[in-house]
Design a binder for this molecule. Structure first.
Ligand SMILES: NC(=O)c1ccc[n+]([C@@H]2O[C@H](COP(=O)([O-])OP(=O)(O)OC[C@H]3O[C@@H](n4cnc5c(N)ncnc54)[C@H](OP(=O)(O)O)[C@@H]3O)[C@@H](O)[C@H]2O)c1
Length: 247
């Protein structure tokens, strides 16, 4: 049966690749994003691939919102969702965040608070419904703070810990809560990096792993899989060595 899918940060390359996999199965979508033109492009693409219907909601996650009202309206319109993917994120300019606290707050709002607040409302809805898959995109950057991206990383750590707790709380309700930790993925977010080499993967690899995680009822995943082992090593480097590294 075709799915009903809620996606925030729907213009993200990862989210779009994920949505395409369900569009061909005739899914219904509710897409949230800040840029109406980009949302329209994603909408047209999903409809052309076979989506049964696509609603769009324009929303900028850098400021506060009444997420309860937004989710309630989308939920009512769709008569519930099977899957929600929360994918919004911004790669924080680490240096700027050291002196510009308003900027730091804004990036934390997008990367952590907007995701946590949306997931809070969606978690309740899924629990009432007694089923559904709620996927939150975190990052390996949240596993351990590093000199080069600890502001971004600390927001992702908040998402990961929130996700652990929500999963624990909703465990008996039949709702699946998934923590997603993508490694280096070729998307607009990472265009400033050299995207070549064996550690880099395409958004479709993540999308495929997300679809499998839903089917297999997984709680968390690193994608591609080998990031689990990279992060296992990084997490276990003793602090007296780690604090001297520049990574
Ligand atoms: N790429 C990687 O290597 C990597 C690794 C680990 C985790 N992640 C995470 O994966 C998720 C998807 O990112 P991506 O790699 O697919 O990059 P992306 O294509 O740049 O997607 C980022 C998404 O966040 C949206 N966004 C940013 N600021 C926003 C705001 N203020 N209000 C509303 N939407 C906003 C963007 O909207 P616009 O399209 O309008 O800009 C876009 O939809 C993010 O949470 C990211 O942190 C990515």
């Amino acid at each position: 049966m075709s799915k009903k899918i809620f996606i925030s940060g729907a213009t993200s390359a990862i989210a779009h690749a994920f949505a395409r996999r369900y569009a061909v199965q005739g899914a219904h979508f509710c897409l949230l994003g800040r840029n109406p033109e980009k949302l329209a492009i994603v909408k047209d693409d999903l409809l052309a691939r076979g989506a049964s219907s696509v609603e769009t909601v324009v929303i900028d996650f850098s400021s506060r919102h009444d997420y309860t009202a937004t989710v309630n309206q989308a939920w009512q319109q769709a008569s519930g969702f099977d899957i929600a993917l929360l994918a919004q994120g911004v790669l924080t300019d680490e240096k700027r965040s050291h002196t510009d606290l308003a900027y730091l707050q804004e990036s934390f709002q997008v990367n952590a608070l907007s995701v946590i607040q949306l997931a809070t409302v969606l978690g309740e809805k899924f629990a009432e419904q007694g089923k559904g898959s709620l996927l939150l995109i975190s990052s390996p950057a949240g596993d351990r703070g590093r000199e080069k991206n600890y502001v971004y990383g600390s927001a992702k750590a908040a998402v990961s810990v929130f996700c652990d707790g929500l999963r624990n709380r909703l465990n008996k309700t039949g709702v699946q809560v998934v923590t997603v930790k993508p490694g280096f993925i070729r998307t607009p977010m990472t265009t400033g990096f050299d995207q070549s080499g064996p550690l880099w993967a395409d958004a479709d690899v993540v999308a495929s792993d997300l679809e499998n995680a839903i089917i297999k009822g997984k709680s968390s995943l690193y994608t591609p899989w080998f990031w689990r082992y990279i992060m296992l090593v990084i997490r276990h480097i003793p602090e007296f060595i780690f604090k001297k590294l520049s990574i």
